[in-house]
Design a protein around this ligand. Structure first.
Ligand SMILES: Cc1cc2nc3c(=O)[nH]c(=O)nc-3n(C[C@H](O)[C@H](O)[C@H](O)COP(=O)(O)OP(=O)(O)OC[C@H]3O[C@@H](n4cnc5c(N)ncnc54)[C@H](O)[C@@H]3O)c2cc1C
Length: 383
């Protein structure tokens, strides 16, 4: 018998939805409350790397989500401003230890997961959250903002970087600004673009990510000390100016960044919640526990691993304290490895001394490639 049979999931993001499908498919009753009234995710794509696809596969939704993503990826190249390849990550379906990563329009991934949640008959209450959580004894008593209340074996906070569950149960842990801002825009795909390319400039980077046969996601990152506020009307102009040092593919793409409402400029923040990531019968996972800078594009994947491993442990044991303890112990070091590594990559790729453009000589390129290979091996280890 599973260690919990009634689970409240707070938050219907990638992690909450995946957890719900994983639990429901194994006969564990669950329901979701989501604070938003509806979803309209503008302007953003997401790359779910092999780590996340492996977790989706364990949950049992891998092929469903592949059906709405861009699965054609062969490799990613990182280049300096002169087009020299700094490092390359090959996606080799036959020989690699992980499945090939898939890129998505976020809205399409969200809608597919919502469809799978509905197909499992999991109740989802939109526009609702938790008002109080009484986590004292053999069950958790929850009062909701719609005035209703219920009792659960377990509550899981999948409510993102500003998690209310984390604040209510673990104390206040404010996200920290990393010093970097992400700039995102979805636009038509150039006909001859066959792979994902990432350019490293002086204090910015910019990536071109195919997310569908006819769409790309232009993803820039810039060092922005002091977390400045930008005037929305000027966002396209600021976006084009920030990345004007790049040549080759980029100027034509930047010329298409014209609509303020389609620019998504996001300050990158981190959350480092000390372990354990459970207290009594309440657990936090995904960004609620370990929001990460996206330089490794591993944030959602780490959350998906959280969910897949939690479902596995929960179905294998009838001792909830043991499940939560083993899960948190196993997840913390891996998520911290990603969080620290991703931040270090951000620092390294946004620093440049001197006035000239950033051109990386062969020994530096070799060192970066070696580090990327080591990272790949660490991430391919079982979660
Ligand atoms: C610029 C940028 C680019 C990124 N790119 C990538 C990438 O390419 N690959 C990758 O793997 N990761 C990427 N990430 C990280 C990734 O977006 C997150 O790690 C992932 O979305 C976390 O999923 P989650 O379900 O934990 O949280 P979220 O996606 O934030 O979902 C949380 C959900 O909870 C809801 N919610 C919030 N508060 C409450 C409440 N009180 N009650 C009920 N519901 C609530 C929210 O509305 C939301 O639906 C990126 C992050 C950023 C900032």
């Amino acid at each position: 018998m599973a260690a919990a049979n009634s689970v409240l999931i707070v938050g219907s993001g990638i992690v909450g939805q995946s957890l719900a499908v994983g639990l429901a498919r194994r006969g564990i009753g669950c329901e979701i409350v989501e604070i938003k009234e509806n979803f309209d995710i503008v302007g953003a794509g997401i790359l779910i790397q092999g780590t996340g696809m492996r977790a989706f596969d364990e949950i049992g939704v891998g092929d469903d989500v592949r059906g709405v993503g861009c699965t054609e990826r062969t490799r990613v190249t990182f280049r300096d401003v002169q087009e020299n390849i700094v490092a390359a990550i090959e996606a080799d379906e036959d020989e690699g230890p992980l499945p090939v990563g898939v890129s998505f329009e976020r809205q399409a991934l969200h809608e597919k997961l919502a469809e799978l949640v509905a197909a499992e008959g999991v109740p989802v209450r939109m526009g609702t959250t938790v008002e109080t959580i009484d986590n004292g004894g053999d069950a958790v008593d929850v009062v909701f903002t719609d005035g209703t209340s219920s009792t659960f074996d377990l509550v899981v906070g999948c409510d993102g970087i500003r998690s209310r569950v984390r604040a209510m149960v673990f104390g206040v842990e404010e996200p920290e600004y990393s010093g970097f801002v992400a700039w995102r825009y979805i636009m038509p795909r150039p006909a001859d673009l066959t792979e994902m390319v990432w350019y490293w400039g002086r204090v910015t980077t910019i990536g071109v990510v195919p997310i569908a046969e006819d769409l790309i996601y232009l993803a820039g990152t810039s060092a922005e000390p002091g977390n400045p506020r930008f005037d929305r009307a000027k966002l396209p102009e600021i976006y084009r100016q920030r990345f004007s040092e790049f040549d080759h593919l980029i100027p034509d793409l930047l010329a298409q960044v014209t609509e303020p409402d389609k620019v998504v400029a996001t300050p990158m923040e981190q959350v480092i919640l000390p372990p354990p990531w459970h207290k009594g019968r309440v657990v936090v996972m995904g960004d609620a526990a370990h929001a990460t800078c996206p330089f490794w594009a591993q944030g959602a994947s780490m959350g998906l691993e959280d969910a897949a491993l939690f479902v596995r442990f929960l179905t294998e044991s009838d001792d909830l304290a043991d499940v939560c303890g083993r899960w948190s112990e196993r997840r913390y070091p891996r998520c911290m490895m990603v969080q620290k590594g991703s931040y270090e990559t951000g620092k390294m790729s946004h620093s440049h001394e001197g006035d000239g453009p950033k051109i990386l000589p062969p020994p530096v390129r070799e060192m970066i490639q070696k580090q990327m290979n080591e990272r790949g091996q660490a991430l391919a280890a079982p979660y």
